[in-house]
Write a protein that binds this ligand. Structure first.
Ligand SMILES: Nc1ncnc2c1ncn2[C@@H]1O[C@H](COP(=O)(O)OP(=O)(O)OP(=O)(O)O)[C@@H](O)[C@H]1O
Ligand SMILES: [Mg+2]
Length: 240
């Protein structure tokens, strides 16, 4: 389970989003929605452990992410797959190198074992044939697939974090990426946090939904609760 216990997150003295109290049960997906700049990516940084809460605790599988020492954090991060906004591949490395990068840097695995893992991950995302291509030779949808494969490289994920995985893609490609995300969820029973602006993708992916507005969580709930909500921001958001 992922639990946010009175969490406030921000930078320096500035608080971006405050008093978050949510629980994501094992195997479930929460979709985070809110205006640009409302702190969605900031929340993912909190779960990833690269930003400590200004207040409260983020508990993942019982451990307080903010309290982990350097070694604990390293072990924890291996179990968290992060798919960054825009995919964020290393442009000067091939697809295979992008996916194997972490394994080359942080393990003493022999090259053949790394290559096997890379191929398995590429097969999983349906892209085995692009292993030697450079990122700029790929379409936007392929880049997202590679980013998802890369996020899972260290080990099968406990948690997957997706920052706007479908932004900038056409509706058909978006839908195939949503299918892939669902495939990851069902295969690994991972808990997922997905940031998106797209309410249709949100409903395709989420078990729970969290709306952030003016630095606060204005509503958390199931699709039904969201659709029945009278909260003006939520009503406006889902009617777009
Ligand atoms: N490293 C940082 N240092 C200081 N302020 C930051 C940093 N990263 C983000 N911010 C600020 O935090 C606020 C929230 O940023 P964040 O990236 O979490 O928003 P977001 O909801 O993901 O927006 P978008 O939908 O545009 O991606 C913004 O005002 C941003 O300027
Ligand atoms: Mg963002």
């Amino acid at each position: 389970m992922i639990r946010f216990d009175g969490v406030s997150l921000g930078y320096g003295d500035r608080t971006i989003v405050r008093d978050i109290d949510i629980e994501v049960p094992d195997g479930q997906t929460i979709v985070i929605l809110g205006d640009s700049g409302s702190g969605k990516s900031t929340i993912l940084k909190g779960v990833l452990g690269i930003l400590k809460p200004q207040a409260g605790r983020i508990l993942v599988d019982g451990s307080d992410v903010g309290e982990l020492d350097e070694e604990g954090l390293l072990a924890y991060r291996q179990r968290i797959g992060m798919v960054f906004q825009e995919g964020a591949l290393f442009d000067s490395h091939t697809v295979g190198e992008n996916i194997g990068f972490w394994l080359w840097e942080h393990t003493d695995w022999p090259d053949e074992k790394i290559e096997d893992r890379v191929r398995t991950l590429l097969r999983f995302v349906g892209l085995e044939e692009v292993i030697d291509k450079m990122p700029d030779e790929l379409s936007g949808g392929m880049k997202r697939r590679v980013a998802i494969a890369r996020a899972m490289a260290p080990q099968d994920p406990l948690v997957m974090l997706y920052d706007e995985p479908t932004t900038g893609l056409d509706p058909f490609t978006s839908s195939t990426i949503c299918d892939l995300i669902r495939h990851v969820q069902s295969e690994f029973k991972a808990m997922s946090l997905v940031v998106t602006h797209d309410i249709h993708d949100a409903f395709r992916l989420g078990d729970l939904f969290m709306f952030i507005h003016e630095s606060r969580v204005v509503l958390t709930g199931t699709r039904k609760e969201i659709e029945q909500s009278n909260e003006p921001f939520v009503k406006a958001f889902i009617s777009i």
